[in-house]
Design a protein around this ligand. Structure first.
Ligand code: TPP
Length: 324
């Protein structure tokens, strides 16, 4: 894989516009998914990342096209932030033949190898060793590419997590491990699942530099990753980010879960004051923001139309790409 220079324009103004556009695009795409979901046109369960977008955008913005990401079933933001096709994502949610997994994977199994989105998975933790394996290949091929590996706090309780940390640290692999710590695995708070809340301290025992971001500030995450990349590309080994964040909606589905009794709306209100999309928007003049918003709406409307107009897969597709 040839090393490509990034094609992103760089200046303070361009950075602010690009970050807002990326955040707004993910937010609005997921709000559209939530709006459409009750019509039953969307054929797969959806795990929305509304509220958490700053993590994916902060990590992916400094990446180059040659770099890769792997993600979780809550992966719309990861996929879109790395440049995955929005029409192909919408079509995938609709179960259509033009979807990024030919309509066979749904929201939890997004992939776009043109953008180096390695894939997302419904099975907690499984994409972590996949990312490490891809990073091993980059090291062996000498591409200088890095892999950002997104996971929830629940995934850090899977056996493959410490195994992957150890292997990546031992072989000095170019992996940015990103834990999106929203405090819950479905309904279970982290305090009832983990003996201590010191994820970074645990990771650091593998010799991996680990840093917690208390409010997942998009620009702070972005700056940290941008600073780490040159050393990682030269064999400096993995890093770990624990990004404290909050999912605004229910675990799965378009609604909320504040009546279920396990978390409170008052905490949501605190996190909404740190809304990454609103913060990025306030950094721009209103006219610039309005232009970006209009472009985002047009792109999302076109993606939804593409999904609606696309055909379902042919019946014989049921037995293609099936390995057993
Ligand atoms: C190996 C495995 N165990 C259990 C489950 C059931 N499960 C689905 S989502 C989830 C919670 C995971 O929480 P976290 O990793 O923190 O991600 P979040 O949903 O908060 O983004 C669990 C336990 C699963 N899908 N895979």
């Amino acid at each position: 894989m040839a090393a490509k220079k990034t094609d992103k324009p760089r200046s303070a103004g361009a950075d602010a516009e690009r970050l807002y556009a990326a955040l707004r695009r993910i937010r609005r795409a997921e709000e559209e998914v939530a709006r459409i979901y009750p019509t039953d046109k969307i054929k797969s369960p959806v795990h929305l990342s509304i509220g958490q977008e700053g993590v994916a955008v902060g990590v992916c913005d400094p990446l180059e096209p040659r770099d890769a990401v792997s993600g979780t079933y809550r992966g719309h933001a990861t996929y879109l932030a790395k440049g995955g096709s929005l029409p192909a994502m919408m079509a995938e949610l609709y179960g259509k033949d033009t979807g990024c997994a030919r309509g066979k994977g749904g929201s939890m199994h997004l992939i776009d190898m043109k953008a180096n989105v390695l894939g997302t998975s419904a099975v907690v933790g499984t994409t972590v060793p996949v990312a490490v394996g891809f990073a091993m290949a980059q090291k062996m091929l000498g591409t200088g590419a890095v892999v950002a590996c997104f996971m929830g706090d629940g995934a850090t309780e899977e056996g493959c997590f410490p195994e992957s940390l150890n292997f990546a640290a031992l072989h000095k692999l170019p992996v940015i491990f990103v834990c999106e710590n929203n405090g819950f695995a479905i309904h279970e708070p982290i305090a009832k699942r983990q003996a201590t809340d010191k994820i970074c301290a645990r990771v650091a025992t593998y010799g991996i530099p680990a840093k917690r971001f208390a409010d997942s500030d998009t620009k702070a995450i972005r700056a940290h990753v941008a600073k780490a990349l040159p050393k990682m590309r030269k064999g400096g080994g993995p890093i770990f980010l624990e990004c404290m964040t909050w999912r605004w909606r229910e675990h799965v589905g378009p609604g909320e879960d504040y009546d279920a009794g396990f978390r409170s709306r008052s905490t949501l209100l605190k996190w909404q004051k740190k809304d990454p999309v609103a913060i990025a928007g306030r950094a721009l003049p209103a006219a610039v923001r309005a232009k970006i918003d209009a472009a985002v709406e047009a792109e999302i409307a076109a993606a939804v139309k593409f999904a609606e107009d696309s055909p379902f897969p042919a019946v014989q597709e049921l037995s293609t790409d099936v390995f057993a």
